[in-house]
Design a protein around this ligand. Structure first.
Ligand code: NAP
Ligand code: MG
Length: 503
């Protein structure tokens, strides 16, 4: 195996994991794909191959779904496990993630390119947190007692109540931008509710999902409750999304693939939740504290190399502070230390893949041909790996591709506005997406007036990209269906049964 360059920064545990053969998890066993095919895993900082993963086939998906169905059977160990013991198991998973946080952060950085320091304090820490948070909900999926007043059966009384039950076998398909965190956001609530799962990680970044599955086994999850099949969207994801043995699909990824998932799930009307793309407006009013708004708006886009669905990618700056904000963000961008994610001093790493590099470069070129100009950046950084410079585009028309489409890279489009009521609200909402929005202002009444007018699932005020296990996250419009996290996510994995007893 080549690709040892740049791997000196890995600790012994991450090194051991990388050098062991990667398999898929079906019914508690680590096995090879029936297709016998594998695919390459790249280090985005160098473009070199660091490992190979199994290319899951339709047969593997069938076997994984069958295992998940058996594990969901009425008499299975999992179904008989008490809610309290399920909670303890989830706590153990959270604890194991924290115990292995350095190893997991290194694997995540190697696989995705993100700075290892960020991976540890954000991705891995939040992944542990959602298991701990969801552990508390296992014992709280309460139903209620109902008072009926049935007019057509005089003389009969009823005892009626509702009961929450796990939805069944869940297919979960996740993207590459926050690999372990997306796995955790999906798995923790599904397991808390007593479902069984077939997880398909993104082909670009399967490593931490595989390591997490090992830790989940170590925590004592019964066999078949979690199955992990690595592979490609068309050959592994599509058969999972359309499988008749799957009761519910939870998908995070692009809006384009989200629409394919809807069609795949339509055949047997599977339950479906979707967390999709965004093009979120971030708004700086004249009265904002610029010492916070400038670095805040810069990191709203440059965090995770801009590969964040909620990235503040359309920056609306009120006219009086426009010049100062654009200059400030350009200076911030120039000051970011770029380099391999595994270097602890790196602030901005490479994009995840050659594909993503080409896509983002294409948008930077489109900006130019559409008449926009650059306040900073606009090109490749270095001569190996998938690095692009942090970029600020100005003077783009609202209808330009760079304003309307999700770039998913460290590319900000900054624009000027003067009037909040008539102009800003209309322009900020002029998007097919509605995932998030940001407001920077010190005027509480302006903030309160603006919040309800923004069509977005999350509005951050004087902060951005703040996530917490207790705070629901999801999109309006074409940014998705349903919510992740908070108690709201439990509805995605529970059915409600009404029971009516006559006496
Ligand atoms: P993607 O191409 O939509 O892929 C997401 C997942 O779907 C991957 O596992 C992918 O497999 C799989 N997939 C692809 N085609 C499929 C098909 N026909 N049937 C079933 N599964 C299929 O998205 P991406 O490029 O990996 O991720 C970036 C996108 O995700 C962005 O648009 C971003 O906004 C969005 N995102 C949204 C959120 C949110 O919470 N709203 C969070 C993160 C990311 P492969 O790995 O083989 O492609
Ligand atoms: Mg993809």
């Amino acid at each position: 195996m080549d690709g040892s360059k740049g791997l000196e920064a890995l600790g012994a545990e991450a090194r051991k994991f990388i050098s062991s053969p990667k398999k898929i998890l079906i019914d508690g066993e680590w096995v090879n794909s029936t297709s016998g095919e594998t695919f390459e895993i790249y280090n985005p900082a160098t473009g070199q191959v660091v490992a190979h993963a199994q290319s899951g086939s339709k047969e593997d998906v069938n076997a994984a779904v069958a295992a998940a169905r058996r594990a969901f059977d009425d008499h299975s160990e999992w179904r008989k496990m008490s809610p309290s013991n399920r909670g303890k198991l989830l706590h153990r998973i959270g604890d194991l993630i924290l115990k292995h946080q350095d190893e997991l952060a290194q694997l995540e950085s190697l696989d995705n390119g993100k700075p290892v320091v960020v991976a540890k304090v954000a991705d891995v820490a939040l992944a542990a947190d959602i298991f701990h948070y969801m552990a508390g909900w296992t014992t709280k999926a309460d139903g209620g007692v109902l008072d009926l007043s049935v007019p057509f059966t005089p003389g009969t009384e009823y005892h009626a109540y509702t009961k929450r039950e796990p939805i069944g076998v869940v297919g979960q398909i996740i993207p590459w931008n926050f690999p372990i965190l997306m796995a955790a956001w999906k798995l923790a609530p599904a397991l808390a509710c007593g479902c069984t799962v077939v997880l398909k990680p993104a082909e670009e970044t399967p490593l931490t999902a595989l390591r997490l599955a090992e830790l989940i086994q170590e925590a004592g999850l019964p066999k078949g409750v979690l199955n992990v099949v690595t592979g490609f969207g068309e050959t592994t994801g599509a058969p999972l999304a359309s499988h008749p043995g799957v009761d519910k699909v939870a998908f995070t990824g692009s809006t384009e693939v989200g629409k394919l998932i809807v069609k795949a799930a339509a055949n047997d009307l599977k339950k479906l939740t979707l967390e999709l793309g965004g093009k979120s407006p971030n708004i700086i009013l004249n009265d904002a504290d610029l010492s916070k708004a400038i670095p805040g708006a810069a990191s709203a886009i440059f965090f995770n190399q801009g590969q964040t669905c909620s990235a503040g990618s359309r920056l609306f700056i009120q006219d009086k502070v426009y010049d100062e904000v654009v200059a400030g963000i350009a200076a911030y961008a120039k000051g970011l230390k770029m380099g391999p994610g595994l270097d602890p001093s790196t602030q901005l790493g490479p994009l995840v893949s050659q594909n993503q590099f080409d896509r983002v470069s294409g948008y930077m070129a489109a900006g130019k041909t559409e008449g926009a100009s650059l306040a900073t950046g606009g090109g490749r950084w270095g001569n190996e790996g998938y690095f692009v410079e942090p970029t600020v585009i100005i003077n783009a028309a609202d209808s330009a591709k760079v304003v309307q489409e999700e770039i998913f890279g460290p590319v900000l489009v900054a624009t000027r506005f003067s009037d909040v009521d008539d102009e800003l609200v209309r322009r900020a909402n002029d998007s097919v997406y509605g995932l998030a929005a940001g407001i920077w202002s010190q005027d509480v009444s302006k903030i309160h007036k603006l919040v309800p007018r923004l069509r977005a699932g999350t509005v951050w005020v004087n902060c951005y990209n703040i996530f917490d296990a207790s705070m629901p996250f999801g999109g309006y419009k074409q940014s998705g269906w349903g919510r992740e996290m908070g108690h709201q996510v439990l509805n995605n994995y529970l059915e409600t049964k009404a029971v009516c007893i006559a006496y």
